[in-house]
Design a protein around this ligand. Structure first.
Ligand code: ATP
Ligand code: PAF
Ligand code: BAL
Length: 286
């Protein structure tokens, strides 16, 4: 496995791979890998001749006062984990090469970015779509893998890919959870043992909502009240949002059906966590 830092070198390797008719499967990440990321690498390994994993803590998607400096980083550990899963190339550029002096171009997806994380993190998705557009141009993947954990991010990236005619097959894969249900996240390492317990309230409140829906409750307001009460029992929890939205428009819905998604963002101490649940599976199981 090779680690490439240089933008031009990465682009040339990928151009050559495409010329050799190799299928490029791409997994964009911010590193500090866990099983969630590795599930994407495994899927990419099955589909691609070349598996490219990017590791880049993208400064443009962090707002002032957010956790850019605290974001966990360990390239040596990441490289070992990626190699064990069969990644071919790690692309780990420097911020000054991705955004050199004079950089002036940004990609903005309208509508979908105005709610949920877009509302509480102004400018966040502009940074995400800008860097993903750049990564697509550098890596030129045939297929790219993202996690459903970042449900809104995936919707925004699909919109951008369609609107800008990127010839990339964007795929979303299921949320990987710890044994007790906590969604895996690089940020989980920033939780104290006590906060780690409290963080479980995101998942237990999702379970509560599922139970209520199975028992016949479909009013979003009632479900959201129950979820908020559950999370508010935790002393260090501060709810950013609890919303139930249509899977495509991301607009709030009053009644839950098989197209609805529950989305949560909660700060536990200084650590902001997200999670979600698509109710299609709840209705299927009923
Ligand atoms: N638990 C998970 N299950 C499946 N995919 C995941 C999971 N966590 C992250 N991913 C996906 O991995 C990709 C890279 O995400 P990223 O590097 O931001 O990791 P992260 O753990 O989500 O970090 P953080 O939660 O701290 O933002 C994204 O497509 C994301 O949706
Ligand atoms: C897609 C992404 C790699 C862009 O920086 C990031 O937002 C992430 O890791 O989800
Ligand atoms: N996975 C989303 C990256 C971020 O929180 O900035």
């Amino acid at each position: 496995m090779k680690i490439i830092e240089n933008v031009q070198e990465m682009q040339q390797l990928c151009l050559d791979a495409r010329q050799n008719r190799e299928r490029i499967a791409f997994v964009p990440t911010m590193g500090y890998l866990h099983e969630g990321h590795l599930s994407l690498v495994r899927a990419a390994r099955q589909q691609g001749d070349r598996v490219v994993l990017s590791i880049f803590v993208n400064p443009t998607q962090f707002g002032v006062g957010e956790d850019f400096d605290r974001y966990p980083r360990d390239l040596t550990r990441d490289a070992q984990m990626a190699e064990a899963e069969g990644a071919d190339w790690i692309f780990a550029p420097r911020a000054s090469d991705m955004y050199p002096q004079g950089y002036a171009t940004f990609v903005d997806v309208e509508g979908l970015t105005e709610t949920l994380c877009g509302r509480s993190r102004p400018g966040h998705f502009r940074g995400v779509t800008t860097v993903v557009a750049k990564l697509f141009a550098i890596v030129q993947p045939h297929v790219a893998y993202f996690g459903n954990k970042d449900f809104q991010q995936l919707a925004v990236i699909r919109r951008m890919t369609t609107d800008l005619n990127f010839p990339v097959d964007v795929r979303g894969l299921p949320i990987v959870r710890e044994e007790d249900g906590l969604a895996m996240s690089s940020r989980n390492v920033n939780l104290s043992a006590e906060q780690r317990q409290q963080a479980l309230s995101l998942y237990t409140s999702i379970e509560l909502a599922q139970r209520m829906v199975r028992e016949g409750e479909t009013r979003s307001a009632t479900l959201i009240d129950a979820i908020r009460s559950r999370i508010e029992q935790e002393p260090d929890a501060q709810i950013d949002y609890v919303q139930i939205c249509d899977q495509d428009s991301l607009q709030d819905v009053e009644e839950v059906d098989a197209r609805s998604v529950l989305l949560l963002a909660v700060k536990i101490g200084d650590t902001r966590l997200i999670d979600n649940h698509h109710f299609a599976s709840t209705f299927d199981a009923a």
